[in-house]
Ligand binder design. Structure first.
Ligand code: ADP
Ligand code: ZN
Length: 222
């Protein structure tokens, strides 16, 4: 099963993908996480990616597509994959379709998340993530705080804040989403595999609630 997480920054893509990964037993592949790992290890790709990410711009398509193309070859993703943050442009979506087609696969479900713009900044500046690469649980200091300050409930590792999770970068990231990524909503709507959900405290739906809704939807579909 191929699942895509679509949505502006701070809508809960990573949180929901993390829950689906555990409950469905399908690996989660986040292009943002892959880039951050390269930045940490100071590889050439990391240096290139950082020059875009720090400005809130998208990393160029050829780089990102190549990365995903390689990852799709790995054994662990042959039975299923949750793509978290990819595709983010129409070009990436078209290339993904071609890559899957070659393997006799297709995109099965696109989870399209929306959050009111005024909540997004608040969600992002208060976001903290587990520094343990195998855990990466997402917290929010206001909406979903850890039991012990600065420590992951699940694995006890230190919580960190992403460098690009600041107010200035968020605005640029949101604009990149509107201009380059939001056309994908129509792209997948036409294909008929779009599942849309609102993530907002105003309707008491946080990422974990939407994840349950998605799991019920997948169960019913079967
Ligand atoms: P968020 O959705 O909160 O912005 P991500 O971890 O998905 O976080 O992405 C962080 C950054 O990595 C993005 O702002 C962008 O610069 C880069 N990035 C991630 N995925 C892609 C992609 N598919 N195409 C281009 N750039 C990407
Ligand atoms: Zn953890």
């Amino acid at each position: 099963m191929v699942i895509i997480m679509l949505g502006a920054p701070g809508t809960g893509k990573g949180t929901i993908a993390g829950i689906l990964k555990e409950r469905l037993g399908i690996p989660q592949v986040s292009t943002g996480d892959i880039f951050r790992k390269h930045i940490q290890e100071q590889t050439e790709l990391g240096k290139l990616a950082e020059s875009y990410i720090s400005k809130g711009e998208l990393v160029p398509d050829d780089v990102t597509i190549g990365l995903v193309e390689n990852r799709l070859e790995d054994d662990d993703v042959q039975a299923g994959i949750i793509l978290d943050g990819f595709p983010r442009t129409v070009k990436q979506a078209e290339e993904l379709d071609k890559l899957l087609d070659k393997k006799g696969k297709k995109v099965d479900l696109v989870i399209n998340l929306t959050t009111p713009e005024e909540e997004i900044i608040e969600r992002i500046v208060n976001r903290r993530i587990c520094s343990n690469q195998d855990c990466k649980t997402v917290y929010n200091l206001v909406l979903n705080p850890p039991k012990q300050e600065g420590i992951c409930d699940k694995c006890g590792s230190k919580l960190i804040q992403r460098k690009d999770d600041n107010e200035e970068t968020v605005k640029a990231r949101f604009n990149s989403y509107i201009e380059q990524t939001s056309p994908l909503v129509e792209y997948y709507e036409k294909k008929g595999n779009l599942y849309s959900a609102i993530v907002s405290k105003s309707i008491n739906k946080l990422g974990k609630d939407v994840a349950e809704d998605v799991l019920n939807f997948i169960k019913e579909e079967k």
